[in-house]
Write a protein that binds this ligand. Structure first.
Ligand SMILES: [Zn+2]
Length: 113
């Protein structure tokens, strides 16, 4: 799948252990991406600067909230978590369904444009 990623947005609040998304910004990015090439929102990414790239209790609660939101209508979401490892950022991807979070293989590549 082709993905595009967004920045947190001007109203996002960030500390090493807490991150509140700028929802209006995220929605605008999602609308833009869909209009330009049909990309759809499949999940979210964030960093764990001081721990392993494994969903925390708060992450799990957030994903459950998203999956339980009838307006969103998600059956599963993809979570990508970056954490420092051996001097660089490593990423782990997780497939989240209600009651189950499983690791998935993640291949990162960069493309122009
Ligand atoms: Zn987290």
């Amino acid at each position: 799948i082709h993905t595009s990623t967004g920045t947190p947005g001007p109203a996002a609040v960030r500390t090493p252990t807490y991150f509140l998304r700028d929802l209006a910004h995220a929605q605008a990015l999602a609308d833009e991406a869909f209009a330009s090439d049909g990309s759809v929102w499949v999940g979210e990414w964030h960093t764990h600067p001081t721990s392993r790239p494994i969903p925390s209790a708060r992450d799990t609660a957030t994903y459950r909230q998203l999956l339980n939101d009838p307006e969103l209508g998600f059956h599963s979401i993809i979570a990508v978590i970056f954490a420092p490892h051996a001097g660089r950022w490593e990423a782990a991807a997780w497939a989240c369904r209600l009651g189950r979070i499983a690791p998935v293989r993640l291949q990162l590549s960069s493309s122009a444009g």
